[in-house]
Design a protein around this ligand. Structure first.
Ligand SMILES: C[S@@+](CC[C@H](N)C(=O)[O-])C[C@H]1O[C@@H](n2cnc3c(N)ncnc32)[C@H](O)[C@@H]1O
Ligand SMILES: [Zn+2]
Length: 330
């Protein structure tokens, strides 16, 4: 008989996620739910009982980081680890990596979205050791800064990460990544960490391995965002399988978020905002699809940004984007 997979719900609350995993997974999964609030833990137990998965669930009344770090250097690690705190996940990332087995999936929620999106740079520096600014691709940058942070923390414990999926929904951000143990894996994933220098003058963006104070295109002052993950943002095969499964089950929100990612790996790790461009250029609104079609007609690639309503991803430089926007203006 194959051994059940193991899932750690490290900040379990009333068990919504953990109980659901135990009940709905296509595989048999043993779930460990950790929570330091007694009342929440009791409700989580009740939920497991009501859903008839109590036998698959272990409840641990403990501080999350104490539990996560208690796995460090031990063999009993998990196939999947979920971290869903209130606010920043930064204090739990090293513990989550320590509790994850080789090849495990770690999923992390961040609700300090404004901080990661560039609204509070000093807080982002303190929590994530990263420079953030309000950019035209703020939500993508936020997810990439979070992945970059996880990769750098992985370096501390000789582990590499490989992004599997990411989304920005309502007030929160969520990243999923695969972990690979070993210093070589860690070194390899750190090669995917860099900066995007975004220019307020020529409005172009440049991927760079180091912090840049000047725009390499026009020499004006640039604002560099990072360290951030500048590599692939998701695994195409897993994304496609997961999207098909969500569609089959009628999970519209999840299916849409996964569908929106399709093709995005082929683009640079930044984007442009139609709303920002039209406001800056004092133009009326544009038909988004017309901009995409116009760029494609001139031999460029373009798609809707997966993480924002008016965002565009393209391999075209800003001047070409602007020309396409002008052509598509209402
Ligand atoms: C956002 S809620 C989790 C929600 C849950 N994942 C769900 O899907 O319903 C965060 C939970 O973490 C618990 N918590 C916060 N800090 C903790 C810590 N250091 N150790 C253990 N539990 C903690 C809180 O009591 C709260 O129940
Ligand atoms: Zn410039």
């Amino acid at each position: 008989m194959t051994k059940p997979a193991t899932f750690l719900d490290a900040l379990a609350g009333t068990g919504a996620r953990g109980v659901r995993i135990a009940k709905e997974s296509s595989k048999v999964v043993d779930v460990t739910l950790v929570e330091f609030n007694q009342v929440s833990m009791q409700i989580a137990r009740k939920n497991a009982r009501k859903n008839k998965v109590e036998a698959r669930c272990e409840f641990v009344h403990k501080e999350a980081n104490a539990y996560l770090h208690s796995r460090f250097g031990r063999l009993e690690r998990f196939d999947a680890v979920d971290v869903d705190p209130f606010g920043t996940p930064a204090p739990y990332v090293q513990g989550a990596l320590s509790a994850a087995g080789d090849g495990a999936i770690v999923s992390i929620t961040a609700t300090d979205t404004a901080t990661l999106c560039g609204v509070y740079p000093s807080v982002a520096m303190r929590r994530y050791g990263a420079r953030v600014v309000k950019s035209e691709f703020a939500h993508e940058a936020a997810l990439r800064v979070l992945f970059g942070f996880c990769a750098r923390v992985g370096g501390v414990v000789d582990m590499g990460i490989e992004p599997v999926a990411a989304h920005s929904t309502l007030h929160y951000l969520r990243v999923y990544f695969l972990v690979e143990r070993g210093p070589a894996k860690s070194d390899r994933s750190l090669k995917e960490v860099g900066y995007v220098a975004t220019c307020g003058s020529c409005h172009d963006n440049t991927v760079t391995p180091i912090f840049m104070a000047a725009c390499p295109k026009c020499g004006s002052k640039a604002r560099s965002i990072g360290p951030m993950w500048v590599g692939r943002l998701f695994d195409e095969e897993i994304r496609g399988d997961a999207a098909a499964l969500c569609t089959k089950f009628g999970w519209r929100g999840a299916a849409d978020a996964l569908q929106a990612l399709e093709g995005a790996n082929a683009f640079p790790p930044f984007g442009f905002s139609m709303a920002a461009i039209t406001s800056r250029e004092k133009m009326s609104s544009v038909r988004f699809q017309k901009v995409v079609d116009s760029l494609k007609a001139s031999g460029r690639s373009a798609m809707r940004q997966p993480f924002g309503l008016s965002g565009l991803k393209t391999d075209a430089p800003y001047q070409e984007v602007l020309a396409a926007v002008r052509l598509s203006s209402n």
